[in-house]
Design a protein around this ligand. Sequence first.
Ligand SMILES: [Zn+2]
Length: 322
Amino acid sequence: MSIKKIWSMILILSLVMAVLVGCGEISQETVGKGLDILTQIVEEELSKAEDTGAIEENITEQETAGEGNLQVHVIDIGQGSANFIVGADGKTMLYDAGGEDSSSGRVVVDYIKSLGYEKIDVAVFTHPHADHINGAPTIFKELKVESVYYPKVTHNTKTFENFANAVQNAGLKFKTAKAGVKIPFGVTTAEIVAPLSNQYENLNDYSATVKLAWKDTSVLLTGDVEKTSEKEMIESAYDLDVDLLLVPHHGSNSSTTNAFLDKTTPAYAVISCGKDNSYGHPHKEVRARLNKRNIKTYITAELGTIIATLDGETIGFTTVPK
Ligand SMILES: [Zn+2]
């Protein structure tokens, strides 16, 4: 019952009392009792109203955000990686925001806003290469970012400097992305499973790799990890048996080893890469390894933005064509 209704009821009951008292057919004592009863009713109704309010609020929250599903939007950014994730209770995560140039930030912000979001609860940037971070300045300028995770590695480039400055200007500090860190992400489980070491020869191997799980469904977000980090993950104690694999390094043959696929056993895979890119991504060897295992693979260069919806039991896919 709404507060408005309760007040209407108080008003009606008061009028009834006034009439009764006015008619002189009821003693002052009875009126006193009547008021006590009225107070009781209102208190009861108020407590009911609180309960109902809470339920209504929960329903609204669920309906407007994720509807109890975990959604992974692999945004078609050309040659690069930008992913927007909506947790099962509506919390939001950005996992990389980079493309061929800094205009990728505009694409990502417009996409996120078109879905009705203005806030990023958690941003994860995997490693310092431009195709993963060059959209960051626009992100931090136009969206409210609550926290940012990034591995302990720097890079001597203007793009990296712009990225670090954008984080600082937003009044944020990097939280270190390394294996074992559990990211607060509402009801969705989010854990960083790599990097497992402090130093690598290859910048790609620093990639912050995140496992997201919602009930019985899960996804592994891998940045650009290569053989070295893959091997560490394979040898780690982490349960990396997932349903969906965001294929490392845009489908480069330097990653997605047979052993990594044996460890992760995905039923589905998504590759983020640009059409006719100069690297030849995804490499045919990777496609062959995925095909051999009957892993259903979706590629942004062919389909545009790919949305995976994990409902806790199964995974469904939709696309937003170019
Ligand atoms: Zn990359």
